[in-house]
Ligand binder design. Structure first.
Ligand SMILES: Cc1ncc(COP(=O)(O)O)c(C=O)c1O
Length: 436
């Protein structure tokens, strides 16, 4: 209990020293990477202070870094790693197509099969198209909606994230796609509906992530979502669900979980079986704009849209692994686990809470109710860093922002060990957390 009486700054400094001492090879690789890569980084999410661990391999739900530490993987590649690192069904599907050759430059049978499963699973999806990323999927929806409605602006939420060029964590990023954006306030019907009405005749679409992932696993309030559905329909604005993360939350994604059908949906992450993936789909009349048999069709290019590896892995995953029954069971397990972690918090009476839905969990260190990205900012950045490094130091791989996404191969012992480490973290740092 050496740390019990430290304040946050000292506790974090201690955790950083312990982490730095334990990870010399990662540290060295980071230093070398800083030459050719700005900040040693090519994906912003993966950077954290003092330097990120470099993972060398993964097996099931365990990853191993270059200094030889094993971690139970609780970030699950920000939801893309649902199948873990070595699922035999995914591996077999990839190995099979590898033998037949890459870059075939033609339609493949697998893409139509995967498309058919997705159309059947997700209520809003009458037709679908594949991209290489969730960002690209959202860009395609933005363009499709603007063309379809003849309006130019897009409504998004303050604190929302729909990809590197749709980044609203701090208002709007300077490198966002250059569309006119109108900001709504998540779970705030008065402000959002007022802005929706004020801009109704210029809004092509409203994008919402039904459980905000990057902002801390924040579920939408159902009445709020219903109101958005009703009003967008009345005003001729396309309602878009960004299901890049949330599609895992039920057999038919968040749209099935909440019982609200959007006009369009974007997908990504695990649906590609762990390979690069994105997709956008929805109403047949909106998707028909892309039908290349039409003389006025919109172009949708992408050399690797139907790359054989992703199509094979994605198909195997959705058809043979993440079946509707598995999706239901996995998310029920996530709900039960969130309750278990929250009851640990309650018993210790520390300022903390675990939010989320199903297999998406968000860790926050405040007693205040968290409904919005604004509320989520009540956890100081240093407290997030402390939690992250303390859990890494204990052998649990997590994202810096406090998001966890549960993968299928996590075993009961991983859940139990994580819960114990969490209890220990809250006990050791109780005074630090109470003093923030
Ligand atoms: C909700 C949401 N939308 C879109 C994206 C972008 O997907 P990608 O990283 O595949 O471009 C992400 C990625 O984390 C996401 O969480």
């Amino acid at each position: 209990m050496a740390h019990t009486n430290l304040d946050l700054a000292n506790a974090l400094a201690d955790a950083k020293s312990q982490y730095t001492a334990a990870n010399p090879r990662s540290h060295e690789l980071h230093r070398k990477a800083c030459g050719p890569l700005p900040g040693g980084n090519t994906r912003t999410t993966l950077h954290y202070d003092p330097f990120p661990v470099v993972i060398e391999q993964g097996e099931g739900s365990v990853v191993t870094d270059v200094d030889g530490h094993d971690y139970a993987d609780f970030i699950g590649e920000y939801t893309a790693g649902l199948y873990g690192h070595s699922h035999p069904v995914i591996k077999a599907a990839i190995e099979k197509v590898l033998k037949r050759g890459l870059s075939l430059c033609s339609p493949t049978a697998a893409e139509a099969q995967l498309a058919a499963i997705l159309c059947q699973r997700f209520p809003s999806v009458e037709q679908i198209r594949f991209t290489n990323s969730g960002t690209e999927a959202n860009l395609m929806i933005a363009g499709a909606a603007r063309h379809f409605t003849g309006r130019d602006a897009l409504m998004v939420f303050n604190g929302g994230y729909h990809g590197g060029v749709f980044y609203f964590a701090t208002g709007a990023s300077p490198i966002n796609a250059p569309y006119p954006f109108v900001l709504g306030e998540f779970n705030d019907p008065d402000t959002t509906l007022r802005r929706l009405e004020e801009n109704a005749n210029r809004l092509a679409a409203l994008f919402i992530e039904p459980v905000m992932g990057t902002s801390g696993a924040l579920p939408v309030n159902l009445d709020f979502l219903k109101a958005l559905r009703t009003r967008t329909e009345e005003l001729g604005i396309l309602l878009v669900f960004d299901e890049v993360m949330t599609s895992r939350l039920s057999p038919g994604g968040a749209q099935q979980l909440f019982g609200i059908t959007p006009d369009m949906s974007s997908f990504g992450k695990y649906i590609g079986g762990g390979l690069t993936f994105g997709a956008f789909g929805g109403r047949a009349d909106v998707m028909a704009q892309f039908d290349p048999r039409r003389s006025d069709s919109l172009p949708h290019a992408g050399t690797f849209n139907n790359n054989v590896l992703t199509m094979a892995a994605g198909l195997a995953g959705m058809r043979d692994i993440y079946t509707p029954a598995v999706a239901i069971a996995h998310n029920a397990r996530g709900d039960a686990y969130r309750e278990r972690l929250n009851s640990i918090i309650e018993a210790l009476d520390v300022p903390a809470q675990v939010t989320g839905a199903g297999s998406m969990l968000g860790f926050h260190f405040t007693r205040e109710v968290i409904n919005t990205p604004h509320d989520a900012r009540r956890t100081p950045a240093d407290a997030r860093a402390l939690f992250h490094l303390a859990m890494l130091n204990r052998g649990f791989y997590l994202g810096r922002a406090g998001l966890a996404s549960l993968s299928l191969p996590l075993e009961q012992r991983h859940y139990d060990d994580f819960a114990e480490a969490f209890r220990e973290f809250l006990t050791v740092y109780a005074n630090v957390l109470r003093g923030m």
